[in-house]
Design a protein around this ligand. Structure first.
Ligand code: ZN
Length: 202
């Protein structure tokens, strides 16, 4: 499965010269929600991820996604794994589990996002699940931004990865690409101008 091509075709991975919200410039921009706007694509990607997870033999009772980013990917993955799905959400900035969702003691929970950058929101959701008595058995994302090492990939974990090393991390592909400070951006040096992705209003 050519995951990057699926992202490209869905306009979820854009190539050009972009000014990111951090202020950095990049040749690529990943708008991971776009790849999930077609439910068939969402199903296809989640099923491929589920195959990888099942192959590992990991036992999972429940998938938990941090809202909003992980909702669709998490739901689709839970469906593909045939397990329960719950989500954590921020209330006044603090991640919590609400809406009557329960987590049993020692329930095996996999945290799922659409994309994992450093794994920050993933770990916030994991902390809440643990507070409820659940056990975090793994992390998963459709796309890996390349800061954390996923199963079956050669890339090394960077210092800013927040995922613990003692749980497996599954993703379909690594989307590693350079980011440049505006002053040293080679694309700017070549005379092109960075555009803000989402300038069409999203
Ligand atoms: Zn630039």
């Amino acid at each position: 499965m050519d995951v990057k091509k699926i992202y490209m075709d869905a306009e979820a991975l854009l190539e050009g010269h972009f000014k990111l919200s951090s202020g950095n410039h990049s040749q690529y921009y990943l708008q991971s929600a776009k790849v999930l706007e077609n439910p068939k694509t969402a199903k296809l990607l989640a099923e491929a991820l589920a195959v990888q997870i099942k192959k590992s033999g990991l036992e999972i009772d429940t998938v938990c996604a941090p809202a909003l980013g992980g909702l669709i990917a998490g739901f689709a993955l839970a469906q593909a794994l045939d397990v329960r799905f719950i989500f954590a959400e921020r209330v006044d900035g603090i991640m919590n589990i609400r809406r009557g969702f329960e987590v049993k003691k020692d329930e095996k929970v996999l945290i799922c996002e659409d994309i994992i950058t450093t794994g920050g929101s993933c770990m916030e959701a994991a902390a809440v699940v643990k507070n409820f008595g659940g056990k975090i058995v793994g992390a998963a994302a459709l796309a890996n931004r390349g800061f954390c090492k996923r199963e079956n990939s050669d890339i090394t974990t960077k210092d800013n990865c927040k995922l613990p090393k003692n749980i497996p991390f599954f993703a379909l592909a690594d989307f590693t690409f350079e980011m440049y400070a505006a002053e040293t951006c080679p694309l700017c040096k070549n005379g092109s101008q960075a555009i803000k992705p989402g300038s069409r209003g999203n």
